[in-house]
Design a binder for this molecule. Structure first.
Ligand code: IPE
Ligand code: IPE
Ligand code: MG
Length: 232
C-alpha cells in the first residue's frame, strides 16, 4: 500500500468467544485463535512501520469471567511467547505492557516480563499488551502520582503534560482505535489517550481480522478529516 500508517494504533480485540461459538468450539479455542492473530497483525504493522500497536488483551473488568476461562487466558502468554518470541526478536519487535500485571498469577507475569526483557533492545514496532488494564484505574493511579509530586514540590502545578507523564504508558496519543466484532463502545480502554483518536468499529470477530481488513481501516482513517477542534 502506498499510504502512510498512523503512528499509534490501538485495538480492542473483541469477539473471540462468538467466533468459537459459531464453529461449535469452546471459548478457549477462540482465545487461542485470537492470540495467533496477534502475531499476524503485529508482523503486518511492523512491516508497515507503525510505531506503536496497543492491544487490549485483558481488562480490569474481565475478572468477572468464569475461572476456567480466566485460567486459560493466563496460560496464553506462555503458549504464545514459547512459539513466537524468537520471531519477534528477529523481526525487531519490542514487547511492552500496560496494566497491573502483578495481580496475574506469578508465572504469567514472569513470562510477559521476560518477553519485555528479551526484546528491550529492539527498535521496530512497540507491541504493547494491555493486561489487567483499565483506563479509569490508570487515570486514578496517575492522579495519585501527580498529587504526590505536587506535595513533594517536584512540580509546581499539574498540567496536562505532567499528568500524561504519570500514566502507565509512555506512548503517544492514539491516532486510530479499532474495535472488532461489532460492539460500539470503548470498554474502559485508554480513556485519556483516545481523546482525539479516530475510531473504527468493524463487524468481524478478532480471529478473522486479517491484513486486508487492517489496511481497509487505514484507508478509512486517511479519509477522515482530523480537525482537532480547528478548521481544516
Ligand atoms: C475478547 O473476546 C477477548 C477478551 C476479552 C479476553 P471475548 O472473549 O470478549 O469474545 P466475545 O465478545 O464473548 O465474543
Ligand atoms: C473488552 O472486551 C476487553 C478486551 C478486549 C480485553 P469485553 O468483551 O470484555 O468488553 P465488553 O464486556 O463487551 O464491554
Ligand atoms: Mg467481548
Amino acid at each position: 500500500m502506498s499510504f502512510e500508517y498512523p503512528k499509534h494504533i490501538a485495538i480492542i480485540m473483541d469477539g473471540n468467544g462468538r467466533w468459537a461459538k459459531a464453529q461449535n468450539k469452546p471459548r478457549t479455542a477462540g482465545h487461542l485463535a485470537g492470540s495467533e492473530n496477534v502475531r499476524r497483525i503485529a508482523l503486518h504493522a511492523n512491516r508497515n512501520h507503525v510505531k506503536s500497536l496497543t492491544l487490549y488483551a485483558f481488562s480490569t473488568e474481565n475478572w468477572a469471567r468464569p475461572e476456567e476461562e480466566k485460567n486459560y487466558l493466563f496460560k496464553l502468554p506462555a503458549i504464545f511467547f514459547k512459539k513466537y518470541i524468537a520471531e519477534l526478536k528477529r523481526e525487531n519487535i519490542r514487547v511492552t505492557y500496560i496494566g497491573e500485571i502483578e495481580r496475574f498469577p506469578q508465572n504469567t507475569a514472569r513470562i510477559i516480563k521476560d518477553a519485555v526483557a528479551q526484546t528491550a533492545e529492539n527498535t521496530g514496532l512497540n507491541l504493547c499488551l494491555a493486561v489487567n488494564y483499565g483506563g479509569r484505574r490508570e487515570i486514578v493511579t496517575a492522579a495519585q502520582k501527580a498529587a504526590e509530586k505536587l506535595q513533594k514540590k517536584e512540580i509546581e502545578e499539574i498540567t496536562e503534560e505532567e499528568f500524561a507523564s504519570c500514566l502507565m504508558s509512555e506512548t503517544s496519543d492514539v491516532d486510530l482505535l479499532i474495535r472488532t466484532s461489532g460492539e460500539i463502545r470503548v470498554s474502559n480502554f485508554l480513556l485519556w489517550q483516545i481523546a482525539y483518536a479516530e475510531m473504527i468499529f468493524v463487524s468481524c470477530a478478532w480471529p478473522d481480522f486479517d491484513e486486508n481488513q487492517f489496511d481497509e481501516c487505514i484507508c478509512e482513517f486517511h479519509h477522515r478529516n482530523r480537525r482537532f477542534g480547528g478548521l481544516k
